[in-house]
Design a protein around this ligand. Structure first.
Ligand SMILES: *Cc1c(COP(=O)(O)O)cnc(C)c1O
Length: 399
């Protein structure tokens, strides 16, 4: 036991040495009237530029009210998995509404996006088959591919030509092509029309995980598929998460009736886990309603994103090529990104450094995310602070 314990200590020390050790910050309180700020440990108010609450729904009083009203009827817990006694009326309604929203025959609600991705990949791919993923795909797609037992190949980021060549190389073997719709750490969109063509030509499944696109991208918030004008035939498997723009929790898979029925029959991450509590589904239904009726949230988010980019360009803050509210600012080394995080925190901003293995080595960054509830003044001040961090980094590189 002692040897094992010292191995743990060694590994933790190694992570710290590489500036890769993570720590959690405990969020203390949310004053109800202050919908975007967070009071951290010690009571300091920091403006959050790191959450995925793009539309400002996570603390919307209507979601909380829908949750409590439902909890009063159903209780807090679902008590069992969906196939035993955990499946309730709120789940059914949410699935119908998500299917309608995504223009698909059916939708299936999962407890998390991580599990939805494990379920889809492990159900649709298997031993002897191939899974092709973008190099920057979310960890849960990669883990799903591993769980499936299929051979995993990763193609260069957003390179549909490379994906098509890999598919063509071994035409006899069944393949599945998977990608994020909007890349979670970079904010750019996958070349979905080209990927869809490549998949169709090769007779492969195309799976799009649009965790960061749904609610945000597309004229009516239907995500990356709406942005590109792609229908259910062109992208047969759509995965969405409910903990990001929806401000709630959970995830779903949307697709044809047979796909959903097969997932219910066979997907272990669906079958062998407790059903999402119904009050959470009720909050999500409320969010879906707001996403469809309050388009001003999306419009405001677009305005703030454009403003951030304009100001950053003028101030000499290096930007990535991202049209979405995910705006990474690259620092390179983990130490430099952490130093910038600390400096911004001093100034009242919460922007978390993203380091390997979440991003490739040498691309540590501050992942700035905008929300419809930020003010123009907050965006402007953040850019000013970022500019200072970037010029300090440039000076130290020259020294
Ligand atoms: C966040 C995320 C997930 C996981 O969703 P959870 O509901 O948080 O488990 C899956 N895919 C992508 C692209 C994500 O960004």
């Amino acid at each position: 036991m002692k040897r094992v314990a010292s191995a743990l200590e060694t590994e933790l020390a190694r992570l710290a040495q590489l500036e890769l050790r993570r720590s959690r910050t405990t969020v203390e309180a949310f004053p109800a009237s202050d919908t975007r700020a967070v009071a951290l440990h010690g009571g300091r108010r920091l403006v959050d530029f790191s959450s995925n609450d793009y539309l400002g729904l996570a603390r919307h009083p209507a979601l909380a009210a829908a949750m409590s009203a439902c909890a009063a009827r159903t209780g807090a817990g679902s008590g069992a998995s969906h196939l035993i006694t955990g499946h309730g009326a709120e789940h059914e309604l949410l699935e119908e509404e998500l299917a309608a929203f995504t223009h698909r025959e059916r939708a299936l609600v999962f407890s998390t996006g991580y599990m939805a991705n494990l379920a889809v990949l492990a159900t649709l791919a298997g031993r002897g088959e191939r899974v092709l993923l973008d190099r920057l795909s979310h960890a849960s797609l990669i883990d799903g591919a591993r769980l499936s037992g299929a051979e995993l190949r990763r193609y260069p980021h957003a390179d549909a030509g490379a994906a098509a060549r890999l598919l063509a190389r071994d035409p006899g073997r069944t393949a599945l092509l998977g990608t994020d719709g909007v890349f979670s750490m970079d904010g750019d969109l996958a070349p979905l029309p080209e990927l869809s063509r490549a998949a169709r030509d090769a007779g492969a499944w195309l799976v799009v995980d649009d965790a960061h696109g749904l609610g945000v991208v597309g004229a009516s918030g239907r995500g990356a598929l709406e942005h590109f004008g792609l229908d259910a035939e062109e992208v047969p498997v759509l995965i969405g998460t409910l903990g990001k723009a929806f401000g709630s929790f959970g995830a779903f898979v949307a697709g044809g009736a047979d796909l959903i029925e097969l997932l219910i029959q066979k997907a272990r991450p669906y079958i062998y886990t407790t059903a999402l509590p119904q009050p959470v589904a009720a909050a999500t239904r409320c969010a879906l309603e707001l996403i469809q009726t309050e388009s001003w949230r999306r419009e405001r988010l677009l305005c703030l994103t454009a403003r951030f980019r304009r100001q950053a360009r003028e101030a000499g803050v290096p930007l990535a090529d991202s049209p979405t509210p995910i705006q990474p600012v690259l620092f390179g080394s983990a130490a430099a990104a952490l130093a910038a995080q600390r400096e911004l925190e001093e100034a009242g901003f919460w922007v978390v450094a993203i380091r390997p293995p979440t991003v490739p080595p040498g691309t540590s960054r501050l992942r700035v995310t905008l929300s419809a509830t930020h003010t123009e003044a907050e965006v402007d001040e953040l850019v000013g602070r970022l500019a200072r961090c970037c010029s300090a980094l440039a000076r130290s590189a020259l020294a």
